[in-house]
Write a protein of this length. Structure first.
Length: 179
């Protein structure tokens, strides 16, 4: 095989590939959870959540492919087995647990936020430890997508706390809300 000469040592590339495989594993678990909740959601929020999770599933799936291709571009091989994903992931499975819609949303918020925290560490590692600003930038874009998905899901939960007048219960309709 031809050697790779992109300004990173073999050790730097190996470190980045390891970080990316962790991100790939978390993304795979999250896409499975998202699709499972997409299938299982019931209740008055069914249509909105079903559609939202379909969008999230598509975005996460695209990221999975992009992460795997980034690993290949750096000369590595992406994890490609369920066992590998489970071994590398920081997210946990909860087999047999089918929560109500708000519980599903809450679980996905926690997972997206965990991924965001991991990505922040991996961005720093890519940049500071391995001097790979390209991968740091690549991961920053993925992190921003997870931040947005988490925000959308948190907004759904926060919306349930509104009273009939559309105000948060802790505020009366006569008091101005400052943020």
């Amino acid at each position: 095989m031809r050697s790779i000469n992109i300004g990173l040592t073999d050790e730097q590339r190996a470190g980045v590939i390891d970080l990316l495989n962790h991100d790939l594993a978390d993304s795979y678990l999250l896409v499975v959870k998202t699709k499972k909740f997409h299938w299982d959601v019931v209740g008055p929020q069914f249509i909105s959540l079903h559609k939202l999770w379909d969008d999230h599933y598509e975005a996460i799936s695209a990221n999975i492919d992009a992460i795997a291709e980034r690993i290949r571009a750096l000369g590595g091989y992406p994890i490609g087995t369920m066992k590998g994903f489970l071994d590398y992931a920081s997210l946990a499975e909860h087999p047999g647990n089918i929560p109500m819609a708000t519980g599903m949303v809450s679980a996905l918020v926690e997972d997206h936020e965990q991924i965001v925290r991991n990505l922040r560490e991996h961005i720093d590692g890519c940049s500071e430890d391995f001097h790979d600003q390209g991968t740091a930038d690549f991961l920053t874009g993925i992190m921003e997508q997870h931040e947005e998905m988490a925000w959308m899901l948190r907004s759904f939960i926060e919306g349930e706390a509104l009273n009939a007048n559309g105000a948060r219960p802790e505020f009366s309709s006569k008091e101005p809300v400052t943020v």
